[in-house]
Design a protein around this ligand. Structure first.
Ligand code: CA
Length: 407
């Protein structure tokens, strides 16, 4: 999901930032709203589209994609992006969805310790007998699906290790307004609704969820897990605040408020425990429409702000590296000092293509006009234990790309 204010942000030059998003004609803005941009279109089967993209990839790799590097000799047909020790082979449409299912907007990804990949898509509210969560093995082969109850609002997804077990944590927005803990097979451990004890939500927000947006609405987007067993829950699309819960799942407190100052948020969409080596653990928030990351102590005190993003959507880390999928057509890697290593897929001309005509490209059911090695709208990304990256994109047909680490 992209808020209308963000459309304007994405289309304007970023002042005094290291990266410039191209300005586009204002006339195109009227056609966009956060709602009509998620209009559902019929789609071809993912397998067919995968073949299509694969064919394009083969043809394009031979002539070299601008800004992408194709390796030499036996690697001639592989599409490689990145730099130095952070180079990846691009494998678009990697997850093999059976023909009986179809993706809608893919929102989030997570990997378990057996390197199975979990994907949640928004799904269609009127197609309730269709799963919202899909599981694939390390080769991209389909294993199982579940989560019909998240159809139409599937959003956040993380795997958490608790003792010897692992669980799947899910958020639902739109008409769902909930969050839940599931087993890796999909059984519900618990499900919760808006924390009314916080005093910030409209009456009945927990008992009569409806597709209603606003700062008094509950639209949770993702989790960060705390070392003490508690967790943070970002209400990204709703209250623009972060809730803290204890290890027993009881609401404790919140931090942040709508705004642009330090410690304030404009769509705190992604959140992550930053426990990279050598750091005192902190929590980092992808403050998306403010185009920045903000770090906080585990008590919620603001520590640091990092500008230079376009629409940072989510976060993950592996060793020293922080991964920041950016809804505006690229994926940023930060080093241990939070300096930019590279923007994977960065190409201002391509971004202009992605944004033009009311983001028409994202609704292309056959992926027509999509360029291999380029992203449209990375909404979430995560590492696996080997340092490969999986990317979920906010496109109508859904798209899961594996970035296989090659150096
Ligand atoms: Ca995730």
């Amino acid at each position: 999901m992209l808020a209308s204010k963000e459309l304007r942000c994405a289309r304007q030059p970023v002042r005094d930032r290291t990266v410039i998003a191209p300005a586009l004609p204002v006339a195109t803005l009227a056609a966009n709203s956060p709602f009509n941009t998620v209009a559902i279109l019929p789609m071809k089967t993912p397998v067919s589209r995968r073949r299509f993209v694969s064919a394009i990839a083969t043809a394009t790799a031979a002539i070299t994609v601008p800004g992408c590097r194709t390796a030499q000799k036996s690697d001639a047909k592989r599409l490689i992006i990145g730099t130095g020790e952070h180079r990846y082979e691009v494998l678009h449409d990697w997850a093999q969805l059976p023909d009986r299912y179809s993706w809608q907007t893919t929102h989030n990804v997570a990997v378990d310790r057996d390197q199975n990949l979990y994907v949640i898509h928004e799904g269609r509210e009127n197609l309730k007998d269709h799963p919202s969560i899909f599981v694939f093995d390390r080769k991209g082969r389909f294993i199982r699906a579940f989560g019909n109850q998240f159809q139409g609002g599937g959003h956040g997804l993380e795997v958490r290790t608790e003792g010897k077990e692992q669980f799947l944590w899910v958020t639902g927005y739109q008409q769902l307004k909930n969050f839940a803990k599931l087993t890796l097979k999909g059984e519900v451990v618990w499900e919760k609704r808006a924390p009314m004890e916080s005093g910030i939500y409209a009456k009945d927000e927990d008992t009569k969820p409806a597709k209603r947006w606003g700062r008094d609405a509950f639209m949770p987007t993702n989790f960060a897990f705390l070392p003490d067993g508690g967790f943070f829950l970002a209400d990204g699309y709703g209250a623009h605040r972060v809730h803290r819960y204890d290890r027993n799942g009881r609401w404790v407190s919140l931090f942040g408020a709508p705004g642009t100052g330090p410690g304030q948020f404009n769509l705190p969409h992604g959140i992550w425990l930053d426990d990279r080596p050598g750091r005192t653990p902190s929590v980092v928030v992808a403050d998306r429409a403010n185009k920045r990351l903000q770090w906080f102590t585990l008590e919620g005190r603001h520590l640091k702000t990092l500008d230079g993003f376009i629409l940072p959507a989510n976060l993950d880390s592996h060793k020293d590296v922080l991964l920041v999928p950016d809804l505006s057509a690229r994926i940023t890697l930060l080093d241990k000092d939070d300096k930019v290593i590279t923007h994977l897929g960065e190409d201002p001309e391509w971004r202009a293509q992605v944004l033009k005509d009311g983001m028409k490209l994202r609704r292309e059911e056959k992926g027509e006009g999509w360029v291999p090695g380029r992203f449209l709208h990375p909404h979430d990304a995560c590492f696996d234990p080997a340092g490969n990256i999986f990317v979920a994109e906010w496109v109508n047909t859904g798209r899961i790309t594996k970035l296989r680490k090659v150096s």
